[in-house]
Design a protein around this ligand. Structure first.
Ligand code: 3HC
Ligand code: NAI
Length: 703
């Protein structure tokens, strides 16, 4: 038998243990091993029942995603076959679950005759997040156990639940605080002793019969999910499968599920979503940092500056249970920061997203401080004061004097050179960028900026902090705007040029929204506040070459005091209390005047041109950043755009998206744009090279 399965007996019970680290995925060898073990139990008259469990931290993460669309994935027994054979097994089979049991692992468990879970086990069917439906009976068995409404929430939502909730729903039979395998063996012995045929989920009809009387629940659910599922195929496919479970006999429902699974797994969306899954995990692998790199435990933290970012970052630490001091220069600033934090938490409590107890616990972890005494005994400081190099250098000089040896000194700067900041300390190896995005307590992206001198230990600790704060960390190099904001530049710039050439802000925003972003560039600018970009442009004005094309419209809007949503006017107008952008004729006239001034003849601009002009230049710059080594791999850029700017996950991120179009085509269009519009759109060397060689970013990173 394969060594990916351990097999022993406990009295009259055969115990099958999945042993395929790191997540006990059901690869071909594991499936064959489980089946072989079951057959052994069948053949042994001394054995009356079977228990299936997992070794290590979890039961299993489900099917082996790397086998999707490969011959190994279908190698017999495939997952549906193994699961059917498990349910049909004549002796009772009990699943002993701990840690996590998701996807195919929960599908197998639902086909076992009984399910026992250790307290706190996470159970779920996350297939929808990979652009597929559960394909091994999950959509058919779950409604039979928990009813169609709960099944819709679990399967379409894709979010795992805890064993305690699963017990209440009827998904599992027992939750134990004691050893789960002991409990499962005891249950297996008991049901075997009682005799009678095993209880088979596919034969449970009560729930689906009741649901058949309420066909409206599916239409209602489709309406409810429409906003979240915009642009996605698999959530709707999941609803159809659950509907089939309710309306068709089990075997027919199963066949429908299978057909749907095969269609989904081959879809472009699923491939993009699988890419996103692996890209997120890949971003945690960084040259020079290994599993053995020492990290500093972060028991206490301090945040310097309690403005927009500092207050949000402080909340991130408190939310993760880490005591944190927030430091301001004057009492009124400190009071304002604490008021912001308290107000934000209170808002969550009012909306029912947080309990009052949880808010109190978070507030009790935050210590407001004036002066730097509080940093003496912390493991990590995050500086978030004004974007001013001399101020930051002064602060890092002070931190160097006061902080304990080995403490991590991080800056949240969005544009300044981290190497220069580090040079104001005698320990540049401890300095790193932790670039949060606004609002810091909400946005998941964290750019971890590696300076020239940042040590592997500092970097490894920063990466661990990212995980502790439940952020999606991506390591990047030092460059103006790093990777995220740096790549935002051509996107914003081209959208502004497009409106000067004949498009309207609302047309550009519609095209980008329809592509799958939550909103287009003009609405995004209004939301973020136009003053941020204005200040950056003012600072850069002196160094901008005269010959470079520059759109004055955004500056003029700011000069009118229109700073976006917060002043109820920016690129759009906003009615009191509303976030809905209303096109403003005054802005349209201003744009037309700017076109005329610059001698630009306005023309009809197609949606396709808008898409290409907004997105290809950022892909082009992404390639430049790969050449420079500021971004480590194309998939890191994808992760940054998905988590930082809402690039639609089902498009896989800009670099994956470009690969699907073909870099030859992307390069051809870029070359044309370069010829029409000049040097800002010149194809980068890496894009040109890959296009000429007929290769993709994916090929390049696999080298
Ligand atoms: N198949 C293949 N590889 C997997 C995997 C899977 N199902 N689940 C995780 N991995 C890999 C990861 O890529 C990572 O590999 P790496 O070390 O080379 O980067 C490694 O296992 C560890 O993964 P995580 O870092 O995510 O580990 P965590 O401990 O944080 O989380 C987990 C564990 C909750 C199981 C999480 O990995 C997870 O959510 N996995 C995916 C679960 C899933 O979507 N399953 C459904 C699969 S589809 C299915 O079952 C099909 C069926 O319906 C037919
Ligand atoms: P902000 O102006 O809202 O807050 C800065 C705070 O620092 C103020 O409350 C000020 O009183 C305080 N401060 C100034 N000098 C101080 C000192 N010596 N000691 C302690 N506190 C001091 O600025 P914001 O927007 O929070 O930005 C902070 C940093 O974060 C900047 O470096 C900025 O570039 C960066 N950043 C900003 C983002 C944003 O969207 N606002 C996003 C990501 C990074």
């Amino acid at each position: 038998m394969t060594d990916l399965i351990q097999y022993t007996t406990r009295g009259a019970v055969g115990l099958i243990t999945l042993a395929n680290p790191p997540v006990n995925a059901f690869s071909a060898a594991v499936r064959a091993g489980v089946l072989e073990a079951l057959e052994g139990i069948m053949a042994d008259d001394a054995l009356t029942a079977a228990v299936i469990t997992g070794s290590g931290k979890l039961f299993s993460g489900g099917a082996d995603i790397r086998e999707f669309n490969t011959p190994a994935g279908m190698q017999s027994p495939n997952l549906p076959e193994l699961i059917e054979k498990t349910e049909a097994f004549p002796k009772p089979v009990v699943a002993a679950l701990h840690g996590t049991a998701v996807g195919g692992a929960l599908e197998l468990s639902m086909a076992c005759h009984y399910r026992v879970a250790a307290a706190g086990t996470r159970l779920g069917l996350p297939e929808v997040t990979l652009g597929i439906v559960p394909g091994a009976g999950g959509t058919q068995r779950m409604p039979r156990l928990v009813g169609a409404e709960a099944a819709l929430d679990l399967i379409v939502g894709g979010r795992p639940i805890k064993a305690e909730e699963a017990l209440e729903l009827g998904l599992i039979d027992e939750v134990v605080e004691s050893d789960v395998v002991d409990a499962a063996v005891a249950l297996a012995e008991k049901v075997a002793a009682e005799g009678g045929p095993p209880r088979r989920t596919s034969e449970l009809e009560d729930r689906v019969t009741a649901d058949r009387e309420r066909p409206e629940i599916f239409e209602e659910y489709r309406k409810k999910m429409a906003r979240k599922a915009r642009g996605l195929e698999s959530p709707y496919a999941c609803v159809e499968c659950i509907e089939a479970a309710v309306n068709k006999p089990f075997a027919e429902g199963l066949a429908f599920e299978r057909e749907t699974f095969v269609r989904c797994v081959e879809s472009a969306q699923s491939k993009a979503l699988q890419h996103a899954f692996f890209a997120e995990r890949e971003s945690g692998k960084v040259p020079g940092v290994t599993k053995d790199t020492a990290t500093r435990p972060i028991e206490r933290a301090a945040v310097i500056g309690g403005g927009t970012m500092g207050a949000g970052i402080t909340m991130c630490f408190a939310n993760a249970g880490i005591p944190v001091s927030i430091i301001e220069v004057a009492q009124d600033g400190l009071d304002r920061a604490m008021k912001t934090i308290e107000g934000t938490y209170a808002g969550s409590v009012n909306r029912g997203r947080m309990s009052q107890d949880a808010m109190d616990a978070c507030m009790s972890l935050i210590t407001p401080s004036l002066g730097y005494d509080a940093v003496a005994d912390v493991d990590l400081v995050v500086e978030a004061v004004f974007e001013d190099m001399s101020l930051k250098k002064e602060i890092f000089g002070k931190l160097d004097e006061i902080c304990a040896e080995g403490a991590i000194l991080a800056t949240n700067t969005s544009t300044l050179d981290i190497n220069e900041i580090a040079s104001s300390t005698a320990r540049p190896e401890s300095v790193v960028g932790l670039h949060f995005f606004s609002p810091a307590n909400v946005m998941r992206l964290l750019e971890i900026v590696r300076g020239e001198a940042t040590s592997p230990e500092t970097l490894a600790t920063a990466m661990r902090i990212g995980k502790t704060l439940r952020k999606q960390g991506v390591v990047v190099g030092v460059r103006n705007g790093f990777v995220a904001n740096g790549m935002m530049l051509p996107y914003i710039r081209e959208s502004e040029f497009l409106v000067e050439e004949g498009a309207t802000p609302e047309q550009v925003d519609r095209v980008i929204f329809e592509f799958g972003f939550p909103m287009g560039p003009f609405q995004t600018m209004d939301m973020a506040g136009l003053d941020v970009g204005w200040r950056i442009r003012q600072a850069a004005a002196a160094t901008r070459p005269e010959s470079e094309r520059y759109s004055p419209v955004a500056d003029r809007i700011c000069e009118m005091g229109r700073m976006g949503l917060k002043t109820k006017a920016g690129w759009y107008l906003y009615e009191e209390g509303s976030r809905t952008p209303v096109p403003d004729p005054e802005i349209a006239a201003m744009i037309e005047a700017a076109s005329a001034e610059q001698g630009i003849e306005r023309r009809e601009i197609s949606d396709q041109e808008i898409l290409v002009r907004c997105l290809y230049p950022l892909v082009n710059l992404g390639a430049g950043m790969l050449e420079e080594g500021v971004a480590l791999r194309p998939s890191d850029i994808d992760v940054i755009w998905m988590h930082g700017f809402g690039f639609p996950r089902y498009q896989g991120g800009p670099m994956f998206w470009a690969d699907q179009i073909g870099l030859g085509e992307v390069h051809r269009v870029m070359q044309e744009l370069y010829e029409q519009h000049g040097e800002l759109l010149q194809p980068t060397a890496l894009l040109t090279q890959l296009a000429q060689e007929g290769r993709s970013f994916g090929d390049w990173s696999a080298e």
